[in-house]
Design a protein around this ligand. Sequence first.
Ligand SMILES: *[C@@H]1O[C@H](CO)[C@@H](O)[C@H](O)[C@H]1NC(C)=O
Length: 281
Amino acid sequence: MSVHALSLSSLLGFFLTISVLTHPSTSSTDSFVYGGCSQPKFTPGTPLESNVNSLLTSLVNSASLSNFNNFKISVPGSSQNDIVYGLFQCRGDLTNSDCRECVVRAVSQLGILCADASGGALQLEGCFVKYDNISFLGVEDKTVVLKKCGPSIGYDSDTLTRRDAVMDYLAAGGQVFRVGGSGKVQGMAQCVQDLSQSECQDCLTEAIQQLRSQCGSASWGDMFLGKCYARYSERGDFSKSDDGEDVDKTLAITVGLIAGVALIIVFLSFLRKLFETKGGK
Ligand SMILES: *[C@@H]1O[C@H](CO)[C@@H](O)[C@H](O)[C@H]1NC(C)=O
């Protein structure tokens, strides 16, 4: 009995180790960042539901043509109160097909997360989708939606200097999407394109300032406000180079192979122990 228990717990421990080792890299455009829904629910079969469905379809269709679009939907027969507003935006470096793929994913997740809700928002690594029956289009929103800071790197003046240089670069802005790096430190900033240029700059200034003050000496930081975000990382997450991705894939495959072989060994020794216990009786 004790042999069995030991083997089982070591197997369990092993599975945990594998899942930690093979934890997916956050650079995938499909990875979930945050999501939320508004409290009011619509009644199924009402014009509001038709408008929401029609809006989400419009977002998906539009995403293969551009990386941002917004809509105000009112299907025939629906009243002023049933109007639904919505938008999508992809990360500035995505191709149209990657953008569409991301928006399809976001809309389907939103349908599950915010089933029957009159409003919802979802941010994946590669795209942002939001809808509501309260108009929010063209409205600046600097509410902190998600703040995440990595572990502290302690006092490392070189990295901190580089981080500040990247933050300065992002803050200098003037564009809706910016990526920049210094050494290992990479940063990215983007605002939703329904904002004017000055609102965009204002939102980014706030996000970057928050990132600097909140994430202090963290190795990476994410600051998502209602209509813009700024992020930096030392992990190479924002690396678009094929080399970077290939290294990650090779590593994942190698880890997978080692894990597979190790699993077989553990399983065989488990079988052997099981056999010995039975044989010994
Ligand atoms: C949005 O929809 C909810 C649910 O039907 C409703 O209670 C609310 O009054 C609507 N808001 C507006 C601004 O129309």
